[in-house]
Write a protein that binds this ligand. Structure first.
Ligand SMILES: Cc1cc2nc3c(=O)[nH]c(=O)nc-3n(C[C@H](O)[C@H](O)[C@H](O)COP(=O)(O)OP(=O)(O)OC[C@H]3O[C@@H](n4cnc5c(N)ncnc54)[C@H](O)[C@@H]3O)c2cc1C
Length: 476
């Protein structure tokens, strides 16, 4: 999305002190724009001792680098691309996506509907018949994601892949999800293409907005955000300081170091449920029931496995693999050493896998040990870790806020909250600040921060958070 860049310097009006909460991509987007516009009075507080948020990277005791889940950079915005180009100047690895699905004991190219010829014959027929039935129903609007799956794909692909896979990713039933988020996040069906691929025996991998992507050569995804922060005035980035309490009427934030700072405008990127719990004097109360029903999310476990030797032939060139079958705990595994040779301590002599496992928040019986054990067993059972492979390192993180679940009824609750907060000059933005999965990637989150500042300084209407479809439907 084109913006006027530094031209804002002249037109921007400082609106008093602007406080930013959170130093992930959204908070850094806001900071970047304020700095670019030459604003004098802003400050950012980040709870952790580093920037990056969910897009951070970590080096384990054995020298393996890990992201919090397989992050790839693809973008809907020229402005975002420009910032990334400027901070990591050429320090990128460019990739053509190779996404696969592991099911029925074999690798199948993603998306499945374009590659159903790889399924056992009976399931291939079931999927084809379902697709033909679905063609007649495609126009009817769908009330839930489960309906949308049926109408778009038919019962065959729904049973074989779409329903079990989505149940795993979301740790929720597709019947509980709405359809407002689907946009460019789910590959739809081109029936002629499907039939041509079956008849001509052709593999078809090219779908979607991330058909090509890039990844930092060194330091994982987190390197991007450290590089962004390095270009901002260090004295305005306060790390290791948590916002403990916000008084919406007095316009103050109490911090974990005991200070109380006042704001004229607050751009907060911490998860919205936590923000509401910490905010007093909002003027009206959002009921606990509305919050519980509207603001749902899943937790994500990341299990990194560092191995000795060369990446096996079967995984060479593969970026990530989806796992729809319920017997295996992970929904996706990234061959992380394929993203950059420097994601391992000894490039060329080691390789790495990174698995993602969803947990319904509050689910009983899920522990670090059970997730790690289940993941290692599953990787071996699926053949991703060959029997002779030596495992050097196992790394685990549990992310409390992993995926913002787009439940039916979400937007009613979000609109009510947005009204209350913006009346008090508080903009809650970013993946869990706005709680909108459809605009919850790094590019979206960064630009939500940028656009929030443009709204404050220039009165420009925000696009990303208000009109996700407009942003996501832009041709790239
Ligand atoms: C498993 C997984 C895979 C992903 N894959 C991709 C991908 O391939 N491509 C992509 O573009 N995006 C991907 N994402 C999304 C990406 O991580 C997010 O878009 C991005 O990190 C969101 O940025 P944010 O600033 O909105 O939020 P966050 O990154 O969550 O940052 C919020 C920050 O606020 C801080 N904070 C919280 N509470 C407080 C407080 N009280 N006081 C001060 N600070 C506080 C946190 O410590 C954090 O640093 C993925 C996410 C996950 C979970």
């Amino acid at each position: 999305m084109e913006r006027q860049g530094v031209q804002t310097k002249g037109e921007a009006k400082q609106r008093g002190r602007i406080v930013i909460l959170g130093g992930g991509p959204a908070g850094l987007g806001a900071a970047w724009r304020l700095h670019e516009a030459g604003c004098a009075d802003w400050v950012l507080f980040e709870r952790e001792s580093h920037v990056g948020g969910l897009a951070s990277s970590y080096v384990d005791d054995h020298g393996f680098t890990w992201d919090l889940g397989g992050h790839v950079v693809f973008s809907h915005y020229d402005y975002f691309d420009g910032v990334l180009d400027s901070v990591l100047q050429g320090q990128w690895v460019e990739h053509v996506r190779q996404a696969w699905i592991w099911m029925r004991g074999r690798f199948i190219p993603y998306p499945l509907q374009n590659n159903i010829r790889h399924l056992p014959t009976q399931e291939l027929m079931e999927c084809l018949e379902g697709l033909l039935d679905a063609r007649d129903r495609a126009e009817a609007p769908a009330a839930t994601f489960a309906d949308w799956i049926l109408r778009s794909f038919g019962p065959g692909l729904a049973r074989v892949f779409m329903t079990p896979y989505n149940r795993k990713v979301w740790a929720a039933d597709p019947a509980e999800l709405g359809t407002q988020w689907v946009g460019d996040r789910v590959a739809t069906v081109d029936l002629k293409r499907v039939l041509r691929n079956v008849i001509e025996g052709r593999d078809d991998l090219g779908w979607g907005p991330n058909a090509t992507f890039r990844f930092p050569l060194h330091g994982g995804t987190g390197r991007i955000w450290r590089a962004v922060a390095e270009r901002l005035p260090a004295e305005r980035l306060c790390l290791g300081v948590e916002a403990v309490e916000i008084d919406a009427q007095a316009r103050t934030v109490r911090l974990s170091d005991g200070r109380v700072v006042s704001f004229d405008r607050l751009v907060t990127t911490m998860p919205l449920d936590g923000l509401l719990r910490r905010t007093s004097n909002l003027g009206s109360q959002i009921s606990d029931l509305a919050l519980r029903d509207g603001l749902r999310c899943s937790c994500t476990h990341i299990v990194g496995v560092g191995l000795e030797g060369l990446v096996p032939e079967s995984l060479a060139g593969k970026c990530w693999v989806y796992f729809p079958e319920p017997e295996l705990p992970f929904y996706r595994v990234t061959v992380f050493s394929n993203y950059s040779a420097h994601n391992v301590a000894n490039p060329g002599r080691q390789w790495s896998l990174m698995a993602e496992v969803s947990e319904a928040r509050g689910a009983a019986g899920v522990s670090r040990d059970s997730v790690v054990r289940g993941t290692l067993d599953g990787l071996r059972a699926a053949g991703l870790i060959p029997s002779h492979a030596a495992v050097t390192s196992v790394w685990h993180r549990r992310i409390e806020h992993g995926y913002p679940t787009p439940v039916v009824g979400r937007d009613v609750v979000l609109d009510e909250i947005e009204g209350l907060l913006s009346e008090r000059h508080i903009l809650s933005r970013g993946r869990f600040g706005a709680w909108k999965y459809e605009v919850g990637n790094m590019d979206h989150s960064f630009m939500q921060g940028v656009e929030a500042v443009d709204r404050i300084l220039l009165g420009r209407p925000e696009t990303t958070v208000r009109f996700p479809d407009r942003v996501n439907s832009r041709p790239r």
